[in-house]
Structure formats: C-alpha cells, structure tokens
Design a protein around this ligand. Structure first.
Ligand SMILES: [Zn+2]
Length: 46
C-alpha cells in the first residue's frame, strides 16, 4: 500500500511512550503516566 507523498494524513495513534496521547474512541487527550484506560470513556489500552 503506497501512501501518496505530500498528502498528510494524521492518524490517531495511542503513543504511550509520549507524555500524553489521544483516545481513538472519544478523542480525549490525556496524560499516559500510570494510565492504561481512557479516563473519559474507559477504553482499555492494555
Ligand atoms: Zn476515550
């Protein structure tokens, strides 16, 4: 699957190496430290 260059697509990725991440379900941004579930909707990332 080739992705066209110069056409930015912003995928939502839960990056728990970052200090905060965005929930793919409810789009809440929250700090990842010590968290395995979204504090807003309870989506489990573990
Ligand atoms: Zn959520």
């Amino acid at each position: 699957m080739a992705r066209r260059q110069g056409h930015p697509v912003r995928d939502i990725v839960c990056d728990f190496d970052a200090s905060e991440t965005t929930c793919p379900a409810c789009l809440t941004t929250f700090a990842t430290q010590g968290v395995t579930r979204c504090p807003e909707c309870g989506l489990n990332f573990a």
